[in-house]
Design a protein around this ligand. Structure first.
Ligand code: ADP
Ligand code: MG
Ligand code: MG
Length: 866
């Protein structure tokens, strides 16, 4: 008994999305619901994996396909490969995870010269028959034989200009018949073979090509960018063709059950009369708004809205649907959970919870924390006077300024080099994906809200202005016309994806605030999470911003930035250059009131919430200029003395505080005095946590604790906690000893990652780490996503040992990982008390913490696919 690889849409398959792919499961479910769907069957992802392993179709698959084709013939009353009334099918890829436009689809399979003539006679519509045939030759040529689509497109363009027409639909049956002849010549020139006339051969070639399309470079790039595993494979759907290109009562469209840009509960989409679906998706013809369909095809429109309502209630989420109308009759060809902007995701979740469609928990679980980042991205400064040079569609919100780049390779190279670039194209194709990933935003001349550029940009949270009619591009000359302006590659433009405006030159951008829906979701999240969320903030302004974003304290206040301030640096340098302790103390005495006022500002901004202040951490040479810029011999000498081969592992952190105790004494004094002053002023005692960096040995912290207590005893009495960073592997291993003298510990996972992995971040990123990531030695950058197996295990050991001696030891994390959703989930699982991250990531951390708590209860996001 071999495997079963093929299931009809109305069959009971022994698996779901993983087995049938998103498109296949959607078609099967719609069929079961009684929605109007053309008949067909799905070849499973198992078959794809078997194909990938052997690079040939698994044994028995061809026969199984034959059998299901025979069933399809029985259902439809047509014959596959017949020249009289031929059954035509589409062959469509469909992975478990949606990869829009990444893989291949072939329409009108089963046509050859005879069948086309038969179809023309049978339908009395030769124009339609030849139109379908030329599409098949082009798609088959591209997908199966790898022929450059431009060969076909330029032949079509030439014919249109010879006939003096603008639209494909203006070509006559005779024109299209001639185009078929030209396409067949192109096919023969490119492959050395005649176009395959046998329907069964076409089908098997197409199935193989769809399997192969799983492994194209662009699909691989997309998977890497979206964290999709390489071994999922794609299913293949074989679907009876229905025809949107049969005349004016036919057409094809794409629509969403709610607006994917704003989330508003309105029908949203586009429609093209007398066309096949590829025309909408590829952005070749600019389609009309879906509402015009109501006038042109009222009955089909009624059916469509009724079906959409059913689909949305069935899936309990916004759906993205592809459909075709054949001579007035509606067919659904695809449904999937629709991709949406972060703003839309919030609005939809809040409104669906309000409508009782989903619970608050589900609403919170559904929001993609990483995607929310796009709401915390810049917008055009509303007070800036801007003049739009051209107007396009507002395809993906947010604003970006950057230099014009005209091709994806350059966009990728310049973006990787850290330049701000805007990719400017007539339209984008899936082959541009690597450039889109690196660009700040994308601007296209063609295509609508559902064009490739628009869909991909929304998914990535990048600004996109699409279908900008005032834009034209001369790629060869490297010039661009935007409205009245003549520009060239390298000139700066600004795009506003929220309004569709294109502006010449840079514009000031501002960070947006949290809107009402965002606030609502975060409020719900706060009720659900266990982890507390703090911010890393060094100034009263940062602290105020952090409060606005909902931070419940400061987990890391770095004091070195205060030392760097313009008015402080000369005094700090004086302190470093002093020949003896008394010279140092004199300088420190002048720094003390400055530090104290810094701390007062921060305590006031964080009233009622804890503030962890880390004493001076960086090596002292960071406060001195380079040897070439030294202003005196004494300074030059001191710079030479302080030189270190590996400053990251040198005299810094508590090592500094132990060798030059007067520095930490001054800081402790400033903290305690600030707390007393704020308490006197406001009547409320700040919650002070004094943190000693880079401790590896119990003795280090014991001595610094003693220093802290001694100095604090000399000052007005305030309450405070004394603790340490855990950022060295030794500190993790010996956390039990360290905990004996610590009130709290905060994992400094930036340094802990460096020291545990033996990676110096500066020498890793952009260098060998990039090689590691590109060659799959590491899956993720451990400085962005916590290395849970290595660094995470050290944390686990530290927590066990630390809490072993002190069960109520307060534990947090203050590395950049504290704002990264997967790492936040890990911190939740470890049982930390809080995470601390940059103010702008606080909202993401609040959400991620709630989602981690919900996952414990089994509430997780629905899979998005299609
Ligand atoms: P993609 O994954 O790129 O969206 P699809 O397989 O969904 O590719 O096919 C693209 C478009 O081709 C569909 O939106 C639909 O309009 C059209 N199409 C696919 N199969 C059929 C069919 N059997 N009949 C009519 N149109 C089809
Ligand atoms: Mg589709
Ligand atoms: Mg550190």
């Amino acid at each position: 008994m071999g495997n079963t690889y093929v299931y009809d849409f109305d069959a009971d398959a022994p698996g779901g999305r993983e087995l049938l792919g998103g498109k296949g499961i959607g078609l099967a479910e719609m069929t079961r619901m009684g929605v109007s769907v053309p008949a067909g069957f799905t070849i499973t992802t198992d078959a794809c994996r078997a194909y990938m392993a052997a690079r040939e179709l698994p044994a028995g698959l061809a026969e199984e396909v034959d059998e299901h084709v025979r069933k399809l013939e029985a259902t439809t009353g047509k014959r596959f490969g017949s020249s009289d009334d031929p059954l035509l099918v589409s062959v469509r890829s469909g992975a478990a995870v949606s990869m829009p436009g990444m893989m291949d689809t072939i329409l009108n399979l089963g046509l050859n010269d005879d069948a086309t003539a038969g179809l023309a006679a049978r339908t009395g519509n030769p124009r339609f028959a030849y139109d379908s045939y030329r599409r098949l030759i082009q798609m088959f040529g591209e997908v199966v034989d790898g022929i450059d689509p431009h060969s076909f497109e330029s032949a079509l363009g030439t014919l249109k200009s010879e006939r003096g027409v603008k639209q494909d639909t203006d070509l006559t049956a005779e024109d299209l018949q001639q185009l078929v002849a030209t396409f067949k010549e192109i096919y023969r020139d490119e492959t050395g073979r005649d176009f395959a006339g046998n329907a069964r051969d076409q089908l098997l070639h197409a199935v193989r090509a769809v399997f192969e399309s799983w492994d194209t470079p662009r699909a691989q790039v997309y998977r890497r960018a979206n964290d999709i595993p390489d071994d999922l494979g794609t299913a293949v759907n074989v679907v009876q063709m229905v025809f949107g290109n049969k005349g004016d009562s036919s057409g094809t469209g794409v629509c969403f059950t709610r607006d994917p840009s704003t989330g508003e509960d309105i029908l949203y989409g586009e429609f093209l009369v007398n066309a096949q679906g590829e025309d909408v998706v590829a952005g070749i013809r600019t389609p009309e708004p879906i509402t015009l369909m109501r006038e042109r095809l009222p009955e089909a429109f009624e059916q469509l809205t009724a079906t959409l309502d059913r689909l949305e209630s069935h899936y309990r989420d916004m759906q993205d649907v592809e459909f075709t109308v054949e001579e007035g009759k509606l067919y659904l060809l695809q449904t999937r959970t629709g991709k949406r902007t972060a703003g839309a995701a919030l609005r939809i979740a809040v409104e669906m919870a309000g409508q009782g469609v989903i619970s608050r928990e589900e609403a919170v679980a559904r929001i993609d924390a990483a995607q929310l980042d796009q709401l915390l991205h810049p917008m055009l400064d509303p007070t800036a006077e801007v003049e739009a040079a051209a107007q396009g569609l507002n395809a993906s919100p947010g604003a970006a300024s950057g230099e014009i780049v005209l091709d994806a390779d350059t966009a990728e190279a310049r973006g990787k080099a850290g330049d701000d670039v805007i990719l400017v194209r007539w339209e984008t194709t899936p082959d541009d994906i690597h450039g889109l990933i690196q660009a700040r935003g994308v601007l296209t001349a063609h295509g609508g809200m559902t064009s490739h550029a628009a869909v991909v940009a929304r998914g990535m949270g990048k600004p996109c202005v699409a279908g900008c009619e005032g834009l034209s591009i001369d790629t060869r000359a490297g010039t661009v016309t935007i409205g009245e302006h003549e520009l060239k590659a390298g000139d700066v433009i600004t795009i506003d994806g929220g309004t569709g405006r294109v502006i010449v030159g840079p514009v000031r951008l501002v960070p947006p605030a949290i809107d009402e829906n965002f606030g609502t979701i975060l409020g719900w999240a706060d009720d659900l999470r266990r982890l507390r969320v703090r911010a890393n903030a060094d100034t009263p302004e940062d602290a105020a911003k952090a409060r606005e974003f909902g931070a419940e304290g400061i987990g890391l206040c770095r004091t070195e930035h205060m030392f760097m301030a313009q008015d402080r640096l000369p005094v700090v340098q004086e302190m470093i250059l002093a020949r003896d302790e008394s010279g140092r103390r004199a300088a420190l005495d002048r720094l003390l009131p400055m530090q104290q006022s810094d701390f007062e500002g921060i305590f006031e901004a964080m009233a009622g919430f804890p503030v962890t202040i880390r004493l001076l951490d960086p090596p002292l040479h960071e406060f001195l200029p380079s040897a070439e810029e030294a202003t005196s011999d004494a300074m030059r000498r001191r710079i030479a003395e302080l030189h270190e081969s590996n400053p990251m592992l040198g005299t810094r952190g508590c090592r500094l505080g132990l060798q030059w105790p007067e520095i930490y004494e001054m800081q402790v004094r400033a903290i305690v005095r600030a707390a007393a002053a704020v308490q006197a002023r406001t009547g409320e005692a700040p919650l002070v946590e004094i943190m000693h960096p880079l401790v590896g040995f119990r003795e280090e912290l014991a001595r610094l604790r003693e220093l802290t207590e001694r100095v604090a005893a000399e000052e007005p009495s305030v309450e405070y906690l004394c603790g340490t960073m855990i950022e060295l592997p030794r500190a993790c291993i010996r956390a039990d000893e360290i905990a004996e003298v610590a009130d709290f510990c905060s994992f400094g996972t930036n340094d802990l990652t460096q020291t545990a992995l033996g990676f110096s971040r500066d020498d890793a990123e952009g260098k060998f780490l990039t090689y590691y990531l590109e060659h799959g030695i590491l899956e993720r950058n451990p400085f962005e996503v916590l290395d849970q197996d290595g660094v995470g295990d050290l944390m686990r050991i530290a927590i066990e040992r630390g809490r072993g001696v002190k069960p109520d030891l307060k534990l947090g994390i203050c590395g950049e990982h504290g704002g990264e959703p997967r790492s936040v989930a890990f911190c939740h699982a470890l049982g930390l008390d809080y995470v601390s991250c940059s103010p702008y990531r606080v909202p993401l951390a609040r959400l991620a913490a709630a989602q981690a708590a919900l996952a414990d209860e089994g509430v997780t996001a629905l899979a998005v696919g299609g």
